[in-house]
Structures are given as C-alpha cells and as structure tokens.
Design a protein around this ligand. Structure first.
Ligand SMILES: Nc1ncnc2c1ncn2[C@@H]1O[C@H](COP(=O)(O)OP(=O)(O)OP(=O)(O)O)[C@@H](O)[C@H]1O
Ligand SMILES: N[C@@H](CCO)C(=O)O
Length: 325
C-alpha cells in the first residue's frame, strides 16, 4: 500500500463537519494499491444515511497543476461520463490543503476492477473512452501531459546508467524515433483534447451483479485522472490498448480484444485516415512512455510505506513487440 501521508479520523473530523455538507466523518481507511498519491476511503453519515468518498492527498502534483484534473472530472461528470465528481465545500471550492499538501475529495465509483478482461470489457472501455473524448471537446482548460516527450527527454539520461547496452540502445533509438514523429506534420494534425493518458485496467471499475460472473458487467467508471492532459486522442487509445488488449504472452496484442476495443471506440468516434496511419508509431510512443516512467519509479524510488514499483521490463517487452508489427 502506498500511503505517503498517513491521515487519522481525528485529523479531519472538524474539517469535514464545518467545511462540507456531508454530515460527520465516521471512518477513514488507507487504500491498498496505487503508487502516486495517498488515497483513503472516507465514510460519512448524514441523517442516518452513509455516504462514501475517496480522499486523495497529492504527493507530486502542485496546487497550480491540480485545477486542470479536478475541473476536467467535474466537466465530464456533469456531462454524464462515469468519472469521480469532486466534492465542493460550502464555499464551492474543490481543492483543499491537508497536512501541508494539496488534497481533494471525490465521489466513490461503484464496482470492481477486471484485471483479466474479456472482449466485452474492452468494448465498454472503447465506447466510453470515445464518449469521454467527445465530451471533453468543449472543456476550456488546457494543460500539457506532464509525462510526454519533454519529460521523456529529461528522464532518459537519469535512468541510462542502470541499463544494459542493449536496453540503452533501444531506449535511445526509440526516443529519437519519437522525437521525429512528434515534430512531423502528421502528428501535428492528429485530433487532440483532454485525455486520460493512464487508462489501465486498474483505473476502471465495472459494476457487477456477481463478482464471479463478469457477463453482466456494466461500466462503473474511469478514475485516476492525475496523469491526464491535453494530448492526442490516439495516444490515449494506444495507452489503453497496450494494457487492455495484451495477449497471454503479456506483450503482443490479442486480436479479439483489440478488435473489440477499436470497433467500439470507432462506433462513437471513427479514426481519421491520418490517425490510422499514425497508429504504429503511436502505439510505440505509448509503450515508451510507461517503460520510462517505470524505470524512473524502479531505480529512483520515493519513500512510502510498502511501495512496490511496477516492473519496467513489461513495457520494454511491449515496445519490442510493437516495433515488430
Ligand atoms: N473514485 C474512486 N472510486 C472508487 N475507488 C477508487 C476511486 N479512486 C481510487 N479508488 C481506489 O483506490 C485505489 C488507488 O487509487 P489510484 O489508482 O488512483 O492510486 P494512485 O496512487 O493515485 O495512482 P496509480 O494507479 O497511478 O498508482 C484504486 O485501485 C481504487 O481501488
Ligand atoms: N499505470 C502506470 C502507473 C501509474 O499510474 C503503470 O502501470 O506503470
């Protein structure tokens, strides 16, 4: 579990009671999983009814960067996209400060993660990702994806010394390929807008009648928007495909689930010809992004209780597989 900043009920009771209209805080529990922020389930009670929220303390993002993510969630939730809705205090604010760090409270989504998804889950994700992209088209704020090319360029030199010569060559040559791609005319004309940029299986919940039978699952919602940014929508789709459509060998794309994701996405927002032609490079960009961030998390770790970094090799293998397409 990654809880960088522990919080007790006594730390927040007065604050919840006086600044919000959600009753009194009755329980707060650190959430297992997650490596970026400190997350807690927060239960409150009002007029004999129990309400559930998620309290997040932001460990890396600054108060200046956060309004983009929180306003995006509010915008999408108001348009009926199933995402956590930031809770307003009695002054209408959605960004707070706890233990000297930025914090927010959002609605708790229903459901559970499906870590071994079927085609049906990929369909639900593809359809709703496209709906989310279209719903974000009139979102007024813009903020770059903070884990895009300029971050890769800054981070690659910091991790190189930990790698074998073969890995170094792969990383450096792929970065050069992506630098060319990102400065091409084809790249510049790809449709863009607010993008989630981290829509992995563990950032989606499915509302399920029966945990052991996934055939009736409905989408519970998308969460963890804290890597979102203004980016190419095709990049968002590529990040999603690289995680949701992995074949059993954990590096190639499974044709059935990949088709399910892409067809469902395109039933809402068909890809342009330029997007179709850009796919082979974009799906490599999406693999490179997570190889670099996992190398960075693995070799330059932060302090946290029981933090387990993700395996960087996983995305090295995915990159190799996408290069071979
Ligand atoms: N709005 C929400 N509704 C329901 N559950 C949530 C919500 N937000 C977070 N969770 C739960 O908290 C866990 C950790 O949250 P999250 O994945 O956002 O962690 P993180 O450290 O911020 O991000 P990362 O996944 O990037 O490591 C999730 O796996 C999920 O179970
Ligand atoms: N989804 C990322 C973690 C950061 O959210 C990964 O699997 O590397």
């Amino acid at each position: 579990m990654a809880v960088f900043t522990p919080i007790e009920l006594s730390d927040i009771s007065n604050w919840i009671a006086t600044d919000f209209d959600i009753g009194r805080a009755i329980d707060i529990r650190g959430i297992h999983g997650g490596i970026e922020n400190s997350n807690f389930f927060l239960d409150t009670e009002k007029d004999g009814k129990k309400y559930e929220y998620v309290l997040t303390i932001f460990e890396r993002l600054s108060a200046a960067q956060l309004p983009y993510y929180l306003e995006l969630m509010r915008h999408l939730a108001n348009k009926g996209i199933p995402v956590p809705k930031p809770l307003e205090n009695i002054n209408g604010e959605i960004l707070f400060s706890l233990k000297g760090k930025p914090a927010a409270i959002v609605s708790k989504l229903p459901g559970l993660s499906r870590l071994t998804p079927e085609a049906r889950h990929c369909e639900l994700v593809g359809e709703n990702l496209a709906k989310m992209h279209l719903a974000s088209a009139d979102f007024q704020r813009a903020q770059e994806n903070l884990r895009s090319l300029s971050w890769w360029q800054k981070t690659v030199p910091q991790v190189l010394s930990y790698l074998s010569n073969t890995q170094k060559e792969l990383l450096i040559s792929e970065l050069a390929t992506q630098e060319q791609f990102f400065t091409s005319e084809a790249y510049a004309s790809l449709p863009q807008g607010a993008s989630h940029c981290d829509l992995f299986r563990d950032n989606v919940l499915f509302d399920s009648q029966d945990a052991s039978d996934s055939s009736q699952d409905q989408l519970g919602g998308f969460f963890d928007f804290y890597f979102a940014g203004t980016d190419k929508w095709l990049f968002d789709l590529a990040v999603t495909a690289n995680d949701w459509c992995l074949a059993e060998n954990k590096q190639d794309l499974d044709p059935v689930r990949f088709k399910a994701l892409m067809d469902a996405y395109q039933s809402v927002r068909p890809l342009t010809d330029n997007e179709k032609q850009s796919w082979p490079l974009m799906v490599r960009a999406a693999a490179l992004r997570f190889w670099i961030s996992r190398l960075w998390d693995f070799y330059l770790p932060r302090d946290a209780h029981m933090l387990t970094p993700h395996d960087p090799r996983h995305f090295e293998n995915i990159l190799l597989s996408r290069k071979a397409i």
